[in-house]
Write a protein that binds this ligand. Structure first.
Ligand code: NAP
Length: 252
């Protein structure tokens, strides 16, 4: 495809697959140069391949970095690498996330800490590194992936719910902190979306969940990416501190 004038640079964490990959593709479709991220060297080849495919399809620059977002130094190095490679940083999507479900009686402290480390501390680490760059630029968009579970809770997910409710707290506080620098901070709260994360559910569980969703089905990663693309667009410049659901009517 012909290369087009760039709309800026977007970094999407956890973007070698699932919702993150759909977000990176949507931002590239909108003309952003994109930096993809995966958790370790193990998934770097696949993620670099995804970046290459995005560059080919949308005519933007695309780069891939392996970094564990729960490691503050690695998160900072990733942001630095994105800026060094692509020139600036206009959009950060904190999408990297994991689950380790279990009822509280069987959930050990390691399961709790692991989920909070990636989902909540990872979001903090990347926000801190990116905010420094964006504050200097006096512009930017931060979009944090929360969950309907962070809003409403879910049996068997106290760790995940705590991390995703925490992400909402970060979002609202940081929106207040950064507004004067023309940086917006919003959260997206997906319901149940078909990805590797929800593939772990049994067919019986999937049917029971679908029955609780107004639209009667799981969403697609692209449904979430569409909102992320909008929040990164000029049309969303006056929206900040919000938590917006993409859940097919699950939590209304
Ligand atoms: P997924 O298919 O399991 O993909 C998770 C992504 O996060 C992968 O790219 C993974 O990288 C990355 N990741 C995991 N730990 C990481 C770490 N320590 N550092 C950097 N990257 C890491 O998940 P998904 O369903 O697309 O979910 C994406 C986000 O949406 C998550 O925050 C999730 O909580 C949220 N969400 C999902 C749903 C849903 O129904 N699917 C609903 C609500 C919210 P590797 O490829 O290297 O493992």
């Amino acid at each position: 495809m012909e290369s087009m004038e760039t709309k800026g640079v977007a970094l999407v964490t956890g973007s070698g697959r699932g919702i993150g990959l759909a977000c990176a593709r949507e931002l590239a479709r909108r003309g952003f140069d994109v930096c993809l991220n995966c958790s370790s060297a193990v998934s770097l080849e696949r993620t670099a391949g995804a970046a290459e495919a995005i560059a080919q399809e949308f005519g933007v620059r695309a780069h891939a970095v392996a970094a564990d977002v729960s490691d503050a130094d690695a998160a900072k190095a990733m942001v630095d690498e994105a800026v060094q490679t692509l020139g600036r940083l206009d959009v950060l999507v904190n999408n990297a996330g994991i689950t380790r479900d279990g009822l509280i009686a069987r959930m050990n402290p390691e399961d709790f800490d692991a989920v909070v480390d990636v989902n909540l501390n990872g979001t903090f680490n990347c926000c801190k590194a990116a905010a420094k760059v964006m504050m200097k630029q006096r512009s930017g968009r931060i979009i944090n992936m929360s969950s309907v579970v962070g809003v409403a809770g879910n049996a068997g997910q106290v760790n995940y719910a705590a991390s995703k409710a925490g992400v909402i707290g970060i979002t609202k506080s940081l929106a207040k902190e950064l507004a004067r620098r023309s940086i917006t901070v919003n959260a997206v709260a997906p319901g149940f979306i078909s990805t590797d994360m929800t593939d772990a559910l049994t067919e019986e569980q999937r049917e029971a969940i679908a029955g609780r969703i107004g639209l009667g089905r799981f969403g697609e990663a692209e449904d979430v990416a569409a909102l992320v693309g909008f929040l990164a667009s000029p049309e969303a410049a006056y929206i900040t501190g919000q938590v917006i659901s993409v859940d097919g009517g699950l939590a209304i």
